[in-house]
Design a protein around this ligand. Structure first.
Ligand code: OOG
Ligand code: NI
Length: 475
């Protein structure tokens, strides 16, 4: 490794700050949202020392104020594969596959993010990245026009492409190159108020689906929202209303709990923005477009496959019982149904751990060695030869080992569809046949997608090993 190279985590951090600054200028309401979230987070940390302590133990406290995710929508396989290479420069890799077609959104998606716990704590920035599925447009002529428009655009600057190639060739970027990279990469995500398509084509695309117009009608994949992390989403949702930041009707995801699981999200409605459409005679015609918004998220513990299956089951049970898509009119009824459905999901970290519903870090408490040796009545035990699960559980019970939740870093397809829908201003709920697949997406991407569950499992296993090693003299 050449030590003159700048660390990818540092590039990602710089980039996420530059992106946030750009978006605050482009969408000032997002800046107001950031202020509100910071206010609420400070209050939670002051009122709840136990939450503060937990975030200190998991290493999340320092990342809290820089925590955010964003989202973009791409039009072609080539765009997606170059985007993968661009994110790789920043140590961001595709994790998880999300098929949104069954929920009426003609895309499939992945999230680019850092992989290991340490890199995540350095900079947790992630980008939810969707690929438009033109194959779902039934109108052949329109599909052809859309493909042509996409073929004719180039969303990357020449400089960023050569910096990506340099990164790949030499295995890193120098400090100077890294700075240039951040500046050039940012161009891809910038808002353009002059469109390359005519108003007439834009209207036809819009009639097909708001998302198709948003992708095909523009020069590039403008960042469509950024999302800070809050420790109390219900308070922020209420505060948004009071501060004139119009929130969507429903908080997506699990209900409010003492021990948060996965992810809860809400957003403010997309803004109507002035754009100039380029007509065939070369003149610009005024119009508007609605796509960009702000979002907030509250993250909780990552679930095991068993926990996730239970979550999916309870969520769909609640939705079936409601018998409609949750909206403004049935919001309080929906929350009630959701809360009672989730009574079946233990709201206690130790119960979740015992039932193997969620992933945890294992950490020795200060006097762990004393407790463990006294408890086991042993000088040394070979960890390999004992039933480690039993020993670990005994050590947790005696207070020698502490468990701390591993935070969920990913997304949820039903919630993501809700965020998309609330910002599309579309009354008609379309449904697409869910014949998309991960393999197709990976082919477009030019790489395979990491399995998020395997990543959490590894983090948990590594933490257990480290914990037992540090008690090694006794256990
Ligand atoms: C992405 C919507 C999904 C999330 O946080 O689940 C999303 C988009 O609107 O492009 O951002
Ligand atoms: Ni989002």
């Amino acid at each position: 490794m050449n030590h003159t190279f700048i660390n990818s985590d540092a590039i990602r951090h710089e980039f996420s700050m530059a992106m946030s600054a750009m978006y605050q200028t482009e969408v000032p309401l997002y800046g107001d949202l950031l202020d509100l979230v910071a206010e609420v987070n400070t209050e939670v940390l002051t009122k709840h020392p136990e939450i503060k302590e937990q975030l200190e133990y998991t290493g999340e406290i320092d990342r809290l104020s820089m925590e955010r995710h964003g989202a973009i929508r791409l039009g072609t396989a080539d765009e997606l594969s170059m985007m993968r290479r661009l994110f790789a420069v920043m140590g961001m890799h595709p994790v998880g596959y999300y098929d949104l077609a069954p929920a009426g959104v003609p895309v499939h998606s992945t999230a680019f993010r850092a992989i290991d716990a340490q890199a995540l704590n350095q900079s947790p920035f992630r980008v939810f990245t969707s690929l438009l599925r033109l194959d779902l447009i039934a109108d052949e002529a329109l599909k052809q026009e859309a493909s042509n428009a996409l073929f004719n655009r180039n969303i990357f600057t020449d400089n960023v492409v050569s910096l990506i190639k340099r990164f790949e060739g030499q295995g890193g970027l120098t400090l100077d190159e890294g700075e240039q990279f951040v500046k050039e990469a940012l161009e891809t995500f910038r808002w353009h108020d002059k469109t390359p398509v005519s108003k007439e084509l834009y209207q036809r695309l819009l009639e097909q689906h708001g998302l198709i117009a948003d992708v095909v009608g523009f020069k590039g994949p403008h960042i469509n929202h950024l999302t800070p992390r809050t420790l109390d989403i219900d308070t922020v949702q209420q505060g948004m209303q009071e501060k004139g930041i119009p929130p969507k009707a429903i908080i997506e995801g699990p209900p409010k709990r003492d021990c948060p699981i996965l992810l809860r999200q809400t957003s403010f409605k997309a803004l109507e923005e002035a754009v100039s459409f380029k007509n065939p005679n070369g003149e610009y015609e005024q119009g508007h477009h609605t796509a960009r918004f702000g979002e907030i998220e509250q993250r909780g513990v990552a679930l095991t496959p068993k926990g996730r299956a239970l979550y999916d089951q309870l969520l769909s049970q609640a939705r079936n019982q409601l018998g409609a898509t949750p909206n403004e009119d049935n919001a309080s009824q929906y929350y009630q149904i959701l809360e009672s459905a989730f009574e079946a999901f233990p709201d206690d970290y130790h119960a979740m751990h015992n039932e193997e519903l969620a992933y945890f870090y294992y950490q020795p408490v200060d006097n762990a060695a004393d407790i463990s040796s006294a408890m086991l009545g042993l000088e040394r035990v070979d960890v390999q030869t004992v039933d480690s699960k039993q020993v670990v559980n005994a050590l947790i019970e005696k207070g020698a080992i502490r468990i701390e939740p591993i935070v969920y870093e990913d997304f949820l397809p039903v919630s993501a569809a809700g965020i998309f829908q609330s910002n599309l201003q579309q009354d008609k709920q379309s449904n697409y046949d869910g014949n998309s697949n991960k393999h197709e997406f990976e082919q477009a991407l030019g790489a395979s997608i990491h399995d998020e569950l395997a990543l959490y499992k590894d983090i948990q296993a590594q933490s257990l090993e480290k914990c037992l090693m540090s008690l090694g003299n006794y256990v």
